[in-house]
Design a protein around this ligand. Structure first.
Ligand code: SF4
Ligand code: SF4
Length: 415
């Protein structure tokens, strides 16, 4: 009689990751910091430590000594389904990796587990299964006509056909949170920066597919990255500006991995670009914003890549702003709750995490909770509305820059 096949495979795991599963000391520090575990009412299934221990157990049942001698032990499908629910209840914020005493790169581990489950037909979770079809068919996850990315810009916006600087707007700012795209374009125009954009040739950066373990299907994420890189090169760009933390992280880290090539351009967040101009004295402020402002670090801009100071430096240079910090910031920031496919897949969980982050902001008595990512802004606004904190304004740093430069954004089309 042939031996039973393992219920799970080792696909998508590197040798280091397989060792990482064994290096968890069960200390539980990660559990103390996990935002989705907290927001779920401390559902033990969402605790990062327990996900590692369960996957370790799955591996032992499938490939351990006993499995090698007597054949793999079956893992019931219901158990794998439950694990899927739990591993997708994670925003991939990276807080658990930051505090892990065994230095386990947990985010990469969660993403490998997700890809493994997708390959075996168990993942992804709920509506996340639509990402591939939408991005493949529409080139964006919003089912929008890709022509609408920039054709709505008012006629005063000057975009060059080709330029050394390209603004990669991203699906969310171009198709949904248009105030951010308009603010970025008008700020660059007012500063006399010649820039170009991809318009309808821009394709989703692939972040949603990568974070939810679906990047490998039909090679969609890789093909999109290659196409975007080719189109950016064809525009003559040497520096690409991003106002979306998700696109920024995908371009900087995921595109080179997917394509196996270094990027032929520099990846810069708009706040980094503006900080440089402020240092050179090239930004003239025309208005004061006499408000108390706090700043939420987007996971994909902060903890994932280490851009902490530029948004703060920009805010602190705006006349009138009294900048205040929340208790959990920078490496120890608390996630907004939107990332990792949670906003699309488990919106109630996303809202719960956002509400807690809004409470953090309210504790500072800030008038404005700012961030540097349209996806954070969306979820923090939803969290603000959910707890009825109407007095708190949620706004992007770039929009505040535009306001202080005397730029009018009242003609932004409705979402
Ligand atoms: S990445 Fe963030 S949400 Fe996911 S398990 Fe770790 S701490 Fe929790
Ligand atoms: S912090 Fe690291 S070592 Fe400690 S329980 Fe979590 S994953 Fe394991």
């Amino acid at each position: 009689m042939g031996k039973r096949q393992p219920s799970i495979t080792t696909e998508n795991f590197t040798a280091v990751q397989l060792m990482e599963l064994d290096s968890c000391s069960r200390c539980g520090e990660c559990v103390n910091w996990c935002p989705t575990y907290d927001a779920s009412g401390k559902n033990p299934g969402l605790a990062p430590r327990d996900k590692i221990l369960r996957w370790r157990e799955f591996m032992n049942k499938s490939y351990g000594l006993r499995a090698r001698l007597f054949g793999p032990k079956e893992i019931p499908l219901a158990e794998l389904e439950q694990f899927k629910n739990d591993v997708y209840g994670c925003t991939t914020c990276g807080m658990c990796a930051t505090v892990c005493e065994s230095a386990i790169n947990t985010v990469e581990l969660w993403e490998s587990m997700r890809a493994n489950l997708v390959k075996s037909g168990i993942g992804p979770y709920g509506k996340q299964g639509m990402f591939l079809k939408l991005i493949g068919e529409y080139k964006n996850p919003y089912m929008a006509d890709n022509k609408d990315r920039t054709n709505w810009f008012p006629p005063d916006i000057k975009i060059e056909d080709e330029a050394e600087i390209l603004y990669f707007g991203g699906c969310t700012a171009e198709l949904r949170q248009r105030k951010l795209a308009l603010a970025t374009a008008r700020v660059l125009n007012k500063l006399g920066i010649k820039f170009t954009m991809l318009g309808e040739d821009e394709i989703c950066c692939g972040s949603a597919l990568i974070r939810t373990g679906q990047y490998f299907i039909n090679d969609t994420a890789k093909k999109n990255a290659q196409k975007n890189i080719e189109n950016i090169k064809a525009k003559g760009a040497k520096t690409v500006l991003y106002a979306c933390a998700g696109c920024y992280r995908a371009s900087l880290i995921d595109w080179p991995r997917l394509t196996g090539q270094e990027l032929p351009f520099k990846v810069v967040h708009v706040t980094e670009f503006l900080q440089d101009l402020i240092k050179k004295g090239e930004i003239k402020w025309e208005k004061s914003i006499n408000k108390k402002v706090t700043y939420h670090d987007p996971c994909h801009l902060g903890r994932h890549v280490g851009v902490f100071e530029p948004p703060r430096a920009v805010l602190e240079s705006i006349p009138g702003i009294e900048f205040v910090e929340m208790e959990r910031i920078k490496e120890n920031q608390r996630c907004c709750g939107a990332g990792g496919g949670v906003k699309a897949g488990i919106p109630d969980l996303a809202l719960g995490v956002a509400s807690t982050r809004v409470e953090d902001a309210l504790a500072t008595n800030a008038d404005i909770l700012s961030s540097a990512c349209p996806f954070c802004k969306r979820n923090l606004s939803d969290g603000r509305d959910a707890i009825g904190a109407k007095e708190l304004e949620v706004e992007d740093v770039i929009v505040l820059v535009a306001e202080a430069m005397g730029i009018d954004l009242s003609d932004t089309p409705a979402e």
